[in-house]
Write a protein that binds this ligand. Sequence first.
Ligand code: RIB
Length: 305
Amino acid sequence: MKIAVIGSTNIDVVSYIDKIPAGGETRAAQNFHTAHGGKGANQAVAAAKLGADVLMVSAVGDDLFGKGALENFRQNKIDTSRVSVIEGVATGEATIIVEASGQNRILLYKGANDKLTPELLMQAADDLKKCGLIVLQLEIPLETVYAAIDFANENKIPVLLNPAPAVKNLSIDMACKCDFFVPNETELGILTDMPVGSREEIKSAAQSLLSKGLKNITVTMGSQGALWLADGAEEFIPARKVQAVDSTGAGDSFIGCFVEHYSRTGDVLESIKRASLYATLSVTRKGTQNSYVGVDEFEKFCVSL
Ligand code: RIB
């Protein structure tokens, strides 16, 4: 089954520092790199590295970063026939600061991602109809996300929405049209305006969305694990304890692994368990897509536990 990832492509400019500079302060970073990123691209690459057949629907600028991003997709065997190159526009860029704890802060310039309009999306309609799962995040225009959800529903294609980064005005009615809704706890708090400081609070906030008609919610909770709630299902999947060095893109690795496994097996709980392990492994390594391993290395990690 082919998986369509409709989402962002960025170039990530990443600095590793011991302490965030105060306003007006200059501090030396301990490490720096540029890398391929964007929530959509990261999810596509994670799924592809694990063996999924992925169609990427995205927009990049007509600059060196856009060329590099296309090459990166090809190297990961991702179908780029629906990645548009937008003239006169820069590729999306994310300035990322990673602290010693592994915690990250991201400043995003959407660039070409903002040009992925519903019209451009619909040019991929025939290819999308051949896909068995559609995956969405929120680094492209919200109207495009909504158009993709409606398209998925009309064509009976299951759709997963990862509401990241959080958008306060996300339509809960549109979220309810998704088969899978996968926020992290911060995004859940922003969407529901409810406290999410404890597991019980997270559960109440997630339940409040179920009571509004959401079918299926998985809340990723970083080093704690993940909570899955659906009609008749409630599971907490604790995360393995590891030494985190860089949490950037861990949520994306979770989604990529989840969709790869789910598209093959249809087993939601097992897909969440594997996704949790894959994300755990990713935080033990520096980088985003660089921290995503292929099938063999992932299997070795699973066996070693
Ligand atoms: O989720 C991590 C991603 O968020 C980074 O790769 C960066 O591009 C931002 O979009």
